[in-house]
Design a protein around this ligand. Structure first.
Ligand SMILES: CC(=O)[C@@H](O)[C@H](O)COP(=O)(O)O
Ligand SMILES: NCC(=O)COP(=O)(O)O
Length: 243
């Protein structure tokens, strides 16, 4: 069954906005685990706008589900953190420092040599590696060539186009997902997935291993409650496997 990893970046955004420890990030991560999430995702950016490097050290010893650390492996501080923490999974995202959010996947052809080397470093440390890619079969083929364990499909375009034409929105993702399966790659997905578009995505790609969801889920929790929201998101995925 597809696993849900709750990205807690935006809880850290709220906490940082007043300089104290409210909301308590570690408590909310543990609550998310108790409410049914299969994992926790954090994305420590160089400017520590939300997740701080110290947060990752605070979370690691107390989490009981999977920890997924996302970030730009071209930042040595990020590489050092991941090798020190040794999470279940690291997701490599080619973000520039000043980006508002993640907005593109790796060019796995252009960066073949770099990715192959850095992936080997993390795999040698016993860490599962996922790399963030656009829904492009050439990039998926390139991902297999650099020997990543998984890819994470960048789903912003799917979310943006879903309402207007869900069949057209999902089409490149199904092709990319089929190519990943053909090449023996594990399959994750994330970015702008929400209660409206998640079930269709999981129904069309039933071999999806994991979705990581943060922004929309935390926003929904403001209205629907954190526990209820996590269970609503899980139900989108469970509905698919129950078909
Ligand atoms: C890689 C990706 O799409 C997201 O996981 C990213 O972590 C979002 O980052 P922000 O929460 O800083 O927008
Ligand atoms: N990898 C995607 C993620 O962790 C969360 O993305 P979003 O749901 O905050 O857009």
């Amino acid at each position: 069954m597809t696993k849900l990893s709750v990205n807690i970046n935006k809880i850290a955004t709220l906490r940082n906005s007043r300089g104290g420890n409210n909301p308590d990030l570690v408590k909310m991560a543990l609550d998310a685990e108790n409410f049914g999430t299969d994992g926790i995702t954090v994305h420590p950016r160089p400017d520590e706008r939300h997740i701080r490097y110290q947060d990752v050290y605070d979370l690691k010893p107390v989490l009981t589900t999977e920890l997924n650390i996302e970030g730009n492996s071209r930042e040595q501080k990020f590489v050092d953190l991941v090798l020190d923490i040794k999470p279940h999974q690291v997701t490599l995202v080619p973000d520039a420092t000043g980006q508002l959010t993640s907005d593109h996947g790796w060019n796995t052809i252009q960066h073949k040599d770099y990715l192959k080397d850095i992936i080997r470093v993390f795999k040698t440390a016993g860490i599962r590696v996922s790399i963030f890619v656009d829904p492009d079969t050439r990039m998926v083929e390139g991902a297999a060539a650099v020997e990543t364990d998984r890819i994470e499909l960048y789903t912003e375009a799917y979310a943006r186009n879903f309402t207007a034409n869900r069949e057209a929105a999902i089409a490149p993702y199904v092709k990319a997902a089929e190519k990943a399966r053909e090449l023996g790659l594990g399959l994750n997905a994330g970015h702008d997935l929400d209660l409206n578009n998640l079930n269709y995505f999981s129904q069309q790609i039933p071999w999806l291993d994991e979705v990581s969801i943060g922004h929309a889920l935390i926003c929904d929790a403001l209205y629907l409650g954190f526990e209820n929201t996590i269970q609503l998101y899980k139900r989108q995925l469970i509905m698919r496997s129950g078909l």
